[in-house]
Design a binder for this molecule. Structure first.
Ligand SMILES: Cc1cc2nc3c(=O)[nH]c(=O)nc-3n(C[C@H](O)[C@H](O)[C@H](O)COP(=O)(O)OP(=O)(O)OC[C@H]3O[C@@H](n4cnc5c(N)ncnc54)[C@H](O)[C@@H]3O)c2cc1C
Length: 384
């Protein structure tokens, strides 16, 4: 019996209500994002109106935990299925990865200051952790937030590859707060919420191979005055917070990639059904069919694992192993799928403005951003 797997229905983790919710999300995304996606790619950012429309649609207000997180999982998968890596990264960094630090560790005052406006798309969030010498190994960070007499910090340093970097209204960042000269790695680091209109914050676009709409920037902090009440979580204890938040980030990145694979396979299958080689559609050749069958098989496995991971998170039981396996497998599958999609499109897929070329460029960022595959393999090995 053939089932329509492009319209995933209820399964072990999803109810019939979730199917209705999926349709609702898909309709909203097709109304609010799809008509503008190419324009945002060219502009290298989501338009401010787009953020407001996303906020108004309710798509930036979905739950981060509990049973309703499965709705977020559906949203993230559907966002991935739009086929624009930059848009999905930008939205997910804003609505999940950056604000998760406030959800998890923020004070009530911080949550009231930032979250309602972020959910409405009125304030845009970014997450600024990475530095030139501190990517996979955040212990080597050199951004410093020096405590000042009377409370607060003076923040100085430079962060790289910050999505939403030029249009963010606030950033969650990581800096050394330990007062000794030796920065002590993450043992002496803290998380801070920084308003970008503070004097001394500046950003410069850092154009990337793909993820064009993600507004990737270099962000500089030059002697920025950060009030004491912008410390997020416990001072000098960022490591404790990062362990939890980074697992959530990997879950989100994995679910986005699952959706991205589905989009890519859809494009590929439509093409091989139509495109003729040697007087027959490309998809009639066994070499092509078997390659796609392998990708479809891997997609099924990863998608199910993704929902298992989402369900574990909804139960408060997401672990580093599960989050790492999902992010590793989903983003690497997205690369293989995108490479195959481009290959079977031939030269027309390699044209700079081809959808297949965009999917390939975008997919290549997946195994680097939010934790390089090699780091995740280390974590999987250590936790297996
Ligand atoms: C498109 C994009 C968007 C991003 N957005 C953000 C953002 O919004 N905010 C933010 O803070 N950061 C962001 N990043 C940065 C991202 O988190 C880092 O790129 C990532 O953590 C890896 O760090 P790195 O690039 O410095 O690589 P490095 O840590 O220097 O590693 C280089 C390479 O070495 C290999 N490697 C790493 N660890 C190991 C290991 N243990 N064993 C063997 N090989 C290893 C990997 O192949 C890795 O790619 C973004 C990156 C990209 C590409």
């Amino acid at each position: 019996m053939k089932t329509d797997r492009t319209e995933p229905g209820p399964d072990a983790y999803l109810s019939a209500d979730h199917a209705g919710f999926r349709k609702h999300v898909r309709d909203l995304l097709h109304g609010v994002v799809s008509p503008h996606a190419d324009e945002w790619e060219s502009a290298h950012r989501i338009a401010r109106d787009g953020w407001l429309a996303l906020g108004e649609s309710g798509l930036l207000s979905l739950e981060h935990d509990g049973a309703d997180f499965l709705r977020s999982a559906i949203f993230l998968e559907e966002l991935g299925r739009l086929g624009y890596g930059g848009i999905r990264a930008s939205v997910a960094v804003h609505a999940y990865m950056a604000v998760s630090y406030l959800h998890l560790f923020g004070t009530q005052e911080q949550q009231e200051r930032y979250l309602p406006a972020a959910r409405q798309g009125q304030l845009i969030a970014a997450l600024a952790l990475t530095e030139d010498t501190a990517g996979s190994d955040l212990r080597r960070l050199s951004t410093r937030a020096t405590p000042v007499d009377g409370g607060g910090y003076r923040l100085t340093g430079e962060k790289l590859y910050v999505a939403n970097g030029s249009q963010a209204d606030f950033l969650i960042t990581l800096a050394t707060t330990r007062e000794t000269q030796d920065n002590g790695g993450l043992a002496g680091a803290s998380l801070l919420a920084v308003d970008v209109n503070a004097s001394g914050v500046s950003s410069t676009p850092e154009p990337m191979l793909g993820w064009h709409s993600a507004d990737i920037c270099r962000v500089r902090f030059t002697d920025v005055a950060v009030p004491a009440d912008r410390l997020v979580g416990r001072r000098d204890k960022a490591l404790l917070h990062l362990v939890r938040a980074l697992d959530f980030e990997r879950l989100v990145a994995g679910l986005l990639a699952v959706g991205g694979v589905r989009h890519c396979l859809g494009l590929l299958k439509d093409f091989v059904r139509e495109h003729q080689v040697k007087g027959a559609p490309l998809g009639t050749h066994q070499a092509v069919r078997h390659r796609i069958a392998d990708l479809e098989s891997s997609y099924d496995l990863v998608r199910h694992y993704g929902y298992r991971a989402a369900w574990l998170h909804s139960q408060g039981r997401l672990d580093t192993h599960t989050a790492s396996v999902l992010k590793l497998q989903a983003t690497e599958l997205a690369v293989t799928a995108a490479q195959t999609c481009l290959q079977f499109h031939g030269a027309r897929g390699y044209a700079a403005d081809a959808a297949a070329a965009r999917l390939y460029r975008d997919a290549m960022a997946g195994p680097i951003a939010a934790g390089a595959s090699e780091l995740l393999r280390d974590l999987v090995y250590e936790t297996a």
